[in-house]
Each structure stands twice: as structure tokens, then as C-alpha cells.
Write a protein of this length. Structure first.
Length: 137
């Protein structure tokens, strides 16, 4: 069983490797400060073929994983087949496995607020658009 690594910051994990240019675009968008407030997402990126095509259940199944963050962002096949590249954000603490999609330009808001417990996972998960994607408040 593959384990999520111990990381300083929450992960953006690539599990689909069909479009490396799209992955580069996603990383660039997430790494760009927000226009309004200049917020940055404080995340680590993991592009490791060992995670290719793994399901959420397989990724979060290991209770002994050294990964200590309460959530993870996953760039899966659905991310790369959608024109907005919405990543899957998965809760690892309160309701393990609960998820919602978030466009890369909103990862800063989600990460910043969840990392300092300013907002709860449910605040974002319950604020998605009709198609299940969080695009901001």
C-alpha cells in the first residue's frame, strides 16, 4: 500500500498523467497570488506515478500514513477532462472521504482557511455550485 508522505504543507497530488501541460497550468494558477488580496496557497505538489489512477479510498486508506494534514487536493482524471481543471478536495478528519471540487484559482482561499481552522470543510463543501464545483463565495 502506498502512503501519503509527511509534508510540511497540505498536498496537491497528481493522480492522472494524461496532460502534463495542464498539470503545469494548474500549478501555475495555484502558485499565483489572488488578485484581490494577494493570498498565496501554501501547498506542496506531488507528481509521483505511484499514485496514478488511485481512487480516493485507496489514497486515504492507510491509517498509519505520516501525512498529518486534515485535507488533500487531488488532480485526478476528472480534473484534467474539465475545462476549468477543478481539483478534488478531500476531508481527512471530520468526515473522511467527503469531498468537493474546487477551481485552481480558489485553492488559496480553501487552503488558507482550512489550514488555520478559520472555516470548516463543510463551509466550502456546502457552498459549491450546482455542478459540485467551488468557485468562491
Amino acid at each position: 500500500m502506498i502512503q501519503l508522505p509527511d509534508t510540511e504543507n497540505p498536498l496537491v497530488l497528481q493522480t492522472c498523467f494524461d496532460d502534463e501541460q495542464a498539470w503545469h497550468d494548474i500549478v501555475t494558477i495555484i502558485s499565483t497570488p489572488t488578485e484581490d488580496e494577494g493570498f498565496l496557497a501554501v501547498v506542496d505538489y506531488l507528481s509521483d506515478g505511484s499514485f496514478e489512477n488511485l481512487s480516493v479510498e485507496e489514497i486515504i486508506a492507510d491509517d498509519e500514513s505520516p501525512y498529518t494534514h486534515t485535507f488533500i487536493f487531488i488532480a485526478d482524471k476528472d480534473t484534467f477532462t474539465h475545462n476549468e481543471y477543478p481539483l478534488l478536495c478531500v476531508d481527512l478528519r471530520d468526515e473522511p472521504g467527503r469531498s468537493f471540487r474546487v477551481v485552481p484559482a480558489q485553492v488559496q482561499s480553501v487552503e488558507n482557511n482550512l489550514s488555520i481552522a478559520n472555516m470548516g470543510f463543510e463551509d466550502f463543501a456546502d457552498s459549491v455550485d450546482e455542478d459540485g464545483v467551488f468557485r468562491g463565495f
